[in-house]
Design a protein around this ligand. Structure first.
Ligand SMILES: [Zn+2]
Length: 269
């Protein structure tokens, strides 16, 4: 699942391919925009905002996309074969004289006025990789709901923007708290470290093709995806269970020894 760093990399790829170039092809394969044609206009920039991508196009237009679980943007030199998935999964094609940016499986794709981008991203909290990053506000947002489980609060992009399911589990491990610990019960010194820790995780992975949270290439994650293998620190078997609000359950991983706080009983899925 894309996290802030993945989206940042996608934005940079798109920006390098499209910014300053005139669109020679503009093809959105969603019924609402089937007739939208922006060929002849120049792409101004591509900016990530949390996990959202904003492609700004001359004439106060922004193509807003979101990768959600398995969307992606690929860039191909003209004449190269497109390999991002079957044709029916293509949602957008932005072509220039020498490149094509192809959006696959994009669950969110909308065209809006650049001056109205806030409608798409105005709800987001401080962006971990953005120029507006504000650790104090991020922490205040998180602590604003002290009864909320840590893992859920970290995924809520209104608190801080950029954390996905992998970093959620890894951050809880680094904080020594289970994803079910109510935020208000997180010791103050650890809560104070949270924003900087989250930012560091995303920043060190911003330029990496493979996400590493441990600093070790041979074991890229502390807990995510590792159940029931032994914890890298204490050898206790890592556990996994779903966490969510009922409508959206996400696989969550933790070490029952290194992390304190409530957790589902063993055997729960
Ligand atoms: Zn452990």
């Amino acid at each position: 699942m894309p996290e802030g760093d993945t989206v940042w990399q996608a934005a940079r790829r798109l920006h390098n391919a499209l910014a300053g170039k005139v669109l020679t092809r503009f093809d959105l394969r969603v019924p609402r925009y089937a007739t939208a044609d922006l060929t002849g206009r120049t792409v101004l920039d591509v900016t990530p905002r949390g996990k959202h991508l904003l492609t700004r196009i001359e004439g106060d237009l922004t193509l807003h996309s979101h990768l959600r679980m398995d969307g992606s943007w690929k860039v191909y030199a003209n004449g190269r074969r497109w390999t991002g998935g079957p044709t029916h999964q293509i949602r957008a094609v932005l072509g220039t004289a020498d490149r094509a940016a192809v959006g696959y499986r994009l669950p969110v794709l909308e065209l809006l006025r650049t001056s109205e981008e806030h409608r798409a991203v105005g709800h987001l909290g401080p962006d971990l990789l953005g120029p507006d990053w504000d650790p104090d506000r991020a922490l205040a947002n998180l602590l604003g709901d002290p009864a909320r489980p840590l893992g859920e609060a970290l995924l809520d992009q209104r608190n801080l923007a950029g954390i996905g399911n992998v970093y959620k589990s890894e951050l809880c491990f680094l904080l020594g708290a289970t994803p079910w610990l109510p935020l208000g019960e997180l010791p103050e010194d650890r809560a104070a470290q949270l924003p900087a820790l989250a930012k560091r995780l995303l920043e060190v992975n911003r330029d990496r093709p493979v996400r590493i949270t441990t600093g070790r290439r041979d074991q890229s994650h502390f807990v995510y995806g590792r159940a029931p293998r032994p914890c890298l620190r204490c050898r206790t078997p890592i556990r996994s269970a779903n966490q969510g609000d009922g409508s959206r359950e996400r696989p969550t991983y933790w070490c029952p020894t290194c992390q304190s706080g409530p957790a589902p009983p063993p055997g729960t899925r």
